[in-house]
Design a protein around this ligand. Structure first.
Ligand code: GLN
Ligand code: ZN
Length: 763
């Protein structure tokens, strides 16, 4: 059986692309040098896949920042503010990706959003009314030719027009329907170019098809593809779907002349049933997504072979494929020196998944292979040893444990009296710059060059300076700076039992940012207090309140590789109990404000709206409440969320029953404020007043203006002033200037609004 990979990771197994790109940003290397690194990485990926025996190897899946942004540039959908910048093509691209501030101008980045239900973030194209959708770039063509030159015939991969048009944001009067004609024409032209270059297959990624689709959506899809398919000439088209099943459009697609259709058998709950019910036409090839592109557990061959053999028995021509791009898993287990062999044998990262594809392909033809027996040994049931104490505790949770007393309105009053903060209280989201110095200290601790005591002294010194710095800036609610953490999930995982960690298993989160998700292996419990000493020390240095800083259970789950042998709900509940212990310990140690970050709350929200509550929110939101329901009324609970649409789940967010929520808003033009207002949101809010994912420094006027827009939509007494996320990726100078501006803007607002509030300026 032939094998196919939907997409491959691109940052490099040791994050070579990240380091080269960041060097380029710092003007420490030239564009040519950066391009050479990129070229080497692409070639290595193709060769690796060829050596593993993959038939359909992707090209065009490489990106300097993001594939959707690449598509926008390919089709010339570039907002005027970037087009007008007098920069090189690559710098213009980076300006759109993460903003530009320099002698050539000052522009903000395009918005960034979560890529479906993953922790990857794509850049949202902005389409202006005068945009003309046409083929203008050549990156994807060049990369195909580049592979060809190294002797590899690849399958170019492009985000399909249906998904692209639905992910874009329309800045004027036009919408998706207005671009169908032009888009179809542009993609058709792209296909003609591929035909000339000698491509056999082109893969069109259409993950948007796994949503609930209306009749209008289906009509839009058919209108686009009728034209594209009519123009395909000698090139074969693979319509690739992933992240779910395509129940609303399956029969329609089967009736269209696609040469191959890629279906997800891992997340697509109804995929097998759809094939069973409607059949699969003999003129097409089914690319069966059976190797999980999102999780790191070994494939259970016996189970997967049943799926493949069933397809074969229906006479369906089948290719073994990944379920989605391998972008969402780390590169290779080969870099993991510390994981015990007994543990490692249960995992498969991208390289190992290539072997799985090959072995499954072979086994589908010859099920007697020795690889099957080896695989079966891994699944002998000996892996998991339950933790009785955890099961006991979970059983004892009562209904009341999910509700904090008294209700929000009463708490809000008591907290205002307790803290006596000014109007527009200023704060930050938690982390301060993780400078080279901080990273170096952690590395020295890891490699034994400094003792634990020396490391502690170092961190305490950083905390002390951070507190002093914030006091000098005049912020109202302080943080300790999170210097002790590498990552907001891994750090907690390291202090919980039930986890395993990797050394080099990086996964791209956005642009040059990668994360290293820990692996949930067994039942979770807290071994000992985690953050209490750091927070208590920070609080001892100041009279202002210092926020305790925790990561919430849903985010810990969503940014870990979860178990597949128990439900997500069960894993989240165990995590919630562990973090609850930490909340109560912080409170007992004099911390009066505790922020529980749920940055990734939305990540596993089902893509079909009809499943939102029953499959996810009905347990995820209560899990958050379980974490904080035990605190005193005066203790203020904050939460923080970033990079996702919230507008449609606002009632659920309110039901988290936090006292204050801060969130990303600056990159999406504060659209969320209307939704808060429409939903009578009660929780106090701190919509981020500037974008921390960009190095540019916002001016006082800009921040004041953002706040001005906010007071029009949000009760002034409920408004907080803060950046849109943690500052760990930023430089110290930018942070100092940005926060000075933020404090000054809040002061402007206070002056203006103090008299209008009948509480003598008190909240
Ligand atoms: N408290 C975390 C920080 O400040 C939150 C990070 C996040 O939301 N991604 O870094
Ligand atoms: Zn954030």
């Amino acid at each position: 059986m032939l094998t196919s990979v939907i997409g491959f990771p691109r940052v490099g197994s040791l994050r070579e692309l990240k380091f080269a790109t960041e060097k380029y940003f710092r003007h420490e290397c030239t564009e040519i040098e950066l391009r050479q690194v990129a070229h080497k990485l692409r070639r290595a990926a193709w060769q690796r896949q060829r050596e593993a025996g993959i038939t359909f190897i992707p090209s065009g899946d490489f990106s300097f920042y993001d594939g959707i942004l690449d598509t926008a540039f390919l089709f010339d959908l570039i907002p005027a503010r970037y087009r007008e910048l007098d920069l090189s093509e690559l710098d213009r691209y980076f300006a759109a990706a993460h903003g530009y501030q320099g002698e050539k101008g000052d522009v903000k980045a395009l918005p960034m959003k979560k890529w479906f239900n993953t922790n990857y973030h794509y850049i949202v194209p902005e389409i202006e009314d005068n945009a003309h959708f046409h083929l203008a770039g050549h990156k994807i063509l060049t990369e195909f030719a580049e592979a060809q030159a190294s002797g590899i015939l690849t399958k170019p991969v492009i985000c399909g027009p249906f998904t692209f048009l639905h992910l874009a944001r329309y800045m004027g009067r036009k919408g998706v329907a207005d671009y169908i004609e032009e888009a179809a024409q542009a993609y058709a032209e792209l296909l003609q170019n591929f035909a000339k270059l000698g491509a056999e297959w082109v893969q069109f990624d259409e993950p948007f098809l796994v949503h609930d689709l209306s009749a209008a959506d289906i009509a839009c899809f058919t209108a686009l593809y009728e034209k594209i398919l009519a123009a395909k000439g000698s090139v074969k088209i693979l319509l690739q779907t992933y992240f779910g099943d395509i129940r609303d459009i399956y029969p329609t697609i089967m009736a269209m002349p696609f040469d191959g259709v890629g279906l997800d058998f891992v997340e697509g709950k109804q995929t097998a049933a759809l094939v069973e019910q409607y059949g699969f036409p003999a003129d097409k090839i089914l690319f069966a997504g059976v190797v999980n592109g999102k999780n790191i557990w070994r494939n259970h061959y016996a189970k997967t072979l049943k799926v493949l053999q069933n397809l074969q028995s229906h006479g369906i021509t089948t290719v073994v494929s990944t379920s989605c791009s391998l972008l969402h898993v780390p590169y290779t287990l080969a870099h993991e020196q510390k994981l015990p062999a007994e543990v490692k044998k249960h995992f498969a990262f991208a390289y190992e998944k290539l072997t799985e594809l090959r072995e499954l392909g072979d086994l589908a033809e010859n099920p007697a292979g020795e690889a099957l027996a080896r695989n079966e040994e891994i699944f002998d049931g000996s892996r998991y040893v339950p933790d009785q104490a955890v099961s006991e505790r979970v059983k004892q949770i009562r209904d009341e444990d999910f509700t904090r007393q008294p209700a929000f309105a009463a708490r809000e009053k008591r907290q205002h009296a307790e803290f006596r903060l000014p109007l527009f209280p200023t704060t930050t989201i938690g982390s301060f710059p993780q400078t080279q110095e901080v990273k170096a200290a952690r590395k020295k601790l890891r490699t034994g060059q400094i003792s634990a005591a020396q490391y502690e002294t170092f961190i305490r010194d950083k905390i002390q300076r951070c507190i002093q710095f914030q006091e000098e800036l005049g912020l109202d609610v302080l943080v300790h700076g999170e210097y002790e953490r590498n990552d907001m999930v891994e750090y907690f995982g390291e202090h919980l039992s039930g986890y395993y960690f990797t050394e080099k298993a990086w996964v791209q989160s956005y642009g040059t940012r990668c994360v290293k998700p820990p692996i949930i292996w067994g039942d979770i419990s807290r071994k000992h207090p985690i953050t209490v000493a750091w927070s208590a020390y920070a609080q001892s240095l100041t009279d202002k309140p210092v926020k305790g800083m925790l990561t919430g259970p849903v985010t810990i789950l969503n940014w870990s590789f979860p178990r597949e042998d128990i439900s997500l709900e069960a894993q989240t509940r165990q995590l919630a109990l562990a973090i609850r212990d930490e909340v109560l310990d912080l409170e007992a140690n004099g911390i009066r404000i505790i922020q529980i970050d749920e940055a990734a709350l939305r990540e596993k929200l089902p893509l079909r709206q009809s499943d939102w509550y029953k499959e996810y929110l009905d347990w995820a939101i209560p899990a958050f409440r379980l974490v904080h329901s035990g605190v005193k009324p005066e203790t203020q609970i904050h939460t923080h969320m970033c990079y996702s649409e919230f507008t449609d789940i606002i009632p659920a967010i309110d039901a988290m029953d936090a006292d204050v929520i801060t969130f990303e808003a600056s990159r999406s033009d504060l659209q969320i404020l209307d939704a808060l207002q429409a939903n009578h949101f009660r929780t106090e809010v701190g919509p981020g007043v500037y974008d921390i994912h960009s190095p540019r420094v916002p001016s006082v006027e800009e921040i004041t203006e953002a706040l001005q827009k906010m007071v029009e939509k949000v009760d002034t007494r409920k408004l907080w002033v803060n950046p849109d996320c943690g500052l760990k990726t930023r430089g110290e100078t930018e942070v100092e200037q940005s926060l000075q501006h933020l404090v000054a803007a809040a002061a402007n607002m206070r002056k203006k609004y103090q008299n209008k509030i009948d509480t003598q300026g008190q909240r």
